[in-house]
Design a protein around this ligand. Sequence first.
Ligand SMILES: NC(=O)c1ccc[n+]([C@@H]2O[C@H](COP(=O)([O-])OP(=O)(O)OC[C@H]3O[C@@H](n4cnc5c(N)ncnc54)[C@H](O)[C@@H]3O)[C@@H](O)[C@H]2O)c1
Length: 342
Amino acid sequence: METILVTGGAGFIGNCFCKLLLKERPEWKVVNVDSLTYAANPNTIKEELNNPNYKFYKTDIRDREAIYKIFEEEKPNIVVNFAAESHVDRSILDPESFLTTNIIGTEVLMDACRKYGIERYHQVSTDEVYGDLPLDRPDLFFHEDTPLHTSSPYSTSKASADLLVLAYFRTYGLPVTISRCSNNYGPYQFPEKLIPLMIYKANHDQKLPVYGEGINIRDWLYVEDHCRGILAVLEKGRVGEVYNLGGHNERNNLYIVKRILSELNKPESLIEHVADRHGHDQRYAIDPAKANKELGWDPITTFEVGIKKTIEWYLSDKGSAWLDECMKQNQEWLVKNYKNRK
Ligand SMILES: NC(=O)c1ccc[n+]([C@@H]2O[C@H](COP(=O)([O-])OP(=O)(O)OC[C@H]3O[C@@H](n4cnc5c(N)ncnc54)[C@H](O)[C@@H]3O)[C@@H](O)[C@H]2O)c1
């Protein structure tokens, strides 16, 4: 029986990963370690808490003593680190927690792995570590050997963690893997991120704030496809390797916002262009050929299907109650972030 310790398992992607494991690897024990920051709604993990194969620790990954205790108690043989401060705009206003959680937290987890021994440490990273690509070069893509070239405190903290993970492989022989993924969307995403925020606003006939002209391009991947990719890396990936996971699904922000309005039957007059993000990356585009070839991984949810499923979920009784709770949690931030952008 595998015991897998998942950090950040109350967040958007980590929770989806736990759900996937409990469904498709029923013989595995899943231990979720999450400190429940502002980005975690405790109701996200309500159903999992009833599963006998699931255990939750409300613990900060920076707390070395507490993390070592969990390793002693649970003896995980696999660790997957999702826990992170993940919102670029917040990192621009206040970088410190990004550096401590995303870098020092990673160090603490890997030290625990070294001390107690594990078969695999997997770091969940992002395509943002590669910086951005110009809008007028659609022929360019991020490959695993594209140089790291970050823009924001968020992406810099993630790139630093990636380098540390590779250093632990080379220096200590820790059996690590890294996956770098493009933008995710799907249920349970905190509404500071584009898609859930715009669904909420459109559904409440509020203005939809679009940064700049809305021409920045992201490569959108349905969250469950990302999680299947991580599982494939764990089961088939080679240690010491990086795998890019992306959907070949490039859309600009304005397209996404218009698409949401059209699905909800709302007018485009709700769109409001606001001041752009400082240092806003222009285009992200992943080449997932290595993951496809070595792991047999391919996204299975098309954007057409994924966006409909996502919108349906946020409008369902369960999804809209969850979203309302998060919006209450997030009011102060939204005011702070958008007040000087008009
Ligand atoms: N969302 C995306 O589009 C995307 C794309 C590529 C990579 N990623 C990466 O995937 C991972 C998960 O992203 P997400 O969108 O689910 O983020 P999220 O913000 O929804 O969730 C992060 C979770 O980590 C927890 N956490 C934060 N600091 C912690 C700490 N110090 N100790 C313990 N728990 C802590 C939070 O409580 C939250 O539950 C991150 O590492 C992120 O960099 C995200």
